[in-house]
Ligand binder design. Structure first.
Ligand SMILES: Nc1nc2c(ncn2[C@@H]2O[C@H](COP(=O)(O)OP(=O)(O)OP(=O)(O)O)[C@@H](O)[C@H]2O)c(=O)[nH]1
Length: 246
């Protein structure tokens, strides 16, 4: 199924009209988190360990960042999303573990602005990032490349998992960025790559968020292992250093 205009969608999981109270109900149904200070990693609840994962969505104006966020959080595509920058939360159980997704849906700072620069706060806060472009908007693909450079300049290349997502896959007739280009960019930058349609399906979007959580967990496990190995190396050198001194 291909859509020319999301306002024409008739699917049962699309709420209409876009500016209805239903839209507000959907947006209000997800918990809005206002504290974006870093510092939390994992919280204990009884015996169950809940893992918190902070996900930052970046990309140019109008590429579907809010549509992807709302689709993931509510399973709905509601057409119009307004201009509110928000951090939303949802708790899911994956492989028997509770995962708290905190999702920062960033906005271009001015309407019509193609690319907003990333703040230090956003970069510090994020455990993983999703860089979104529209397959029908080459400019938005260029923005992803610029934002990738900014991320790479500010953090070590492998320290934060990044996924590149080409959205609006349903608009094939208007495609200006090939899948191949997206995949090559991701490959060259050691990022994951997906093409999805927030308008068309929930499952593609779900896969994106779950993949990022997997990568964040792998990165954390690797950091722990590396820290452990560094600790052992330090102890061993301390012992041998002491022996040599004796
Ligand atoms: N056809 C189609 N339209 C989409 C899709 N995703 C989003 N849109 C539409 O694209 C427009 C922009 O979507 P938003 O989610 O508001 O985009 P955004 O990136 O959050 O935009 P800003 O908040 O301005 O940064 C809306 O009209 C959406 O209905 C998609 O997968 N297919």
């Amino acid at each position: 199924m291909g859509y020319k205009d999301p306002d024409l969608l008739k699917s049962s999981d699309v709420l209409r009209p876009p500016d209805s109270p239903e839209r507000d109900q959907v947006l209000n149904s997800v918990l809005m988190v206002v504290d974006v200070n870093p510092g939390r990693a994992e919280a204990m609840e009884g015996n169950q360990q809940r893992v918190e994962v902070n996900i930052l969505l970046l990309g140019a104006h109008n590429v579907g960042k809010s549509a992807l966020t709302v689709r993931f959080l509510t399973r709905r595509f509601i057409g119009e999303y307004g201009d509110i920058e928000s951090v939303y939360s949802r708790v899911d159980r994956i492989d028997g573990q509770e995962i708290c997704f905190n999702i920062w849906d960033s906005q271009s700072t001015q309407a019509g602005e193609k690319c907003s620069s990333l703040s230090d706060k956003q970069l510090q806060w994020a455990d993983g990032m999703i860089l979104v472009y529209s397959i029908c908007d080459r400019g938005s693909f260029n923005v992803v490349q610029q934002q990738l450079q900014q991320i790479r300049r500010s953090r070590k290349p492998s320290s934060v998992p990044v996924l590149i997502v080409g959205n609006k896959r349903d608009l094939q007739r208007h495609r200006t960025v090939s899948s191949e280009e997206g995949r090559l960019l991701a490959l060259s930058q050691r990022c994951g790559f997906f093409e999805v349609s927030a308008a068309e399906t929930y499952h593609g979007v779900l896969l994106v968020f779950h993949r990022l959580v997997d990568l964040v967990r792998e990165t954390r496990a690797l950091r722990k292992t590396n820290a452990g190995v560094r600790g052992i190396v330090r102890s061993v050198s301390a012992v041998f250093g002491k022996k040599r001194a004796e």
